[in-house]
Design a protein. Structure first.
Length: 151
């Protein structure tokens, strides 16, 4: 299994469907439906990666904002407003990512970052442009496939 840790992200990453930051919510939903995916990337000018939207984020659209407390919308300290509950565009619903990896990052480093920052997916960026996504699932899938091959 140690050899998997020495692989690089480009060996395991997957491509992501993208939506423009200005895409209206019905367009975002259509991309999810057509791609049969669990996440889409949000991009700006020149395909610059800005964030992502996961399937479960779409569920926020079903919640009536009147049923939410002020803390749920603004956070416990009132420092932000979760626009996901009022989303009209991809920008309103997306998660921004400060943490990214490159195609050359080792899987060992990816797993370390995932545990350190409590995330299960990391965007893969090269020259500020999204080139894919690496998730726990791709890594676990590789481990399982290798185990099966050794039997």
């Amino acid at each position: 299994m140690r050899h998997i840790a020495n692989l690089t992200v480009k060996d395991l990453m997957r491509k992501l469907k993208t939506v423009k930051v200005t895409a209206k919510i019905p367009e975002v939903i259509k991309v999810f439906d057509n791609a049969k995916t669990d996440a889409v990337a949000v991009v700006g000018k020149n395909n610059k990666f800005l964030g992502d939207i996961h399937q479960h984020d779409l569920l926020k659209l079903l919640i009536d904002p009147n049923d939410l407390s002020w803390d749920e919308v603004t956070g416990i300290f009132g420092r932000y407003v979760d626009m996901g509950y009022f989303a009209e565009t991809a920008k309103d619903l997306m998660h921004r990512h400060e943490l990214t990896v490159t195609p050359e990052t080792t899987i060992r480093k990816v797993v370390s970052l995932m545990f350190k920052h409590n995330v299960d997916a990391l965007p893969v960026v090269k020259n500020k442009k999204l080139v894919g996504m690496i998730t726990e699932l791709e890594i676990l899938d590789k481990i399982i496939k290798d185990k099966r091959r050794k039997k």
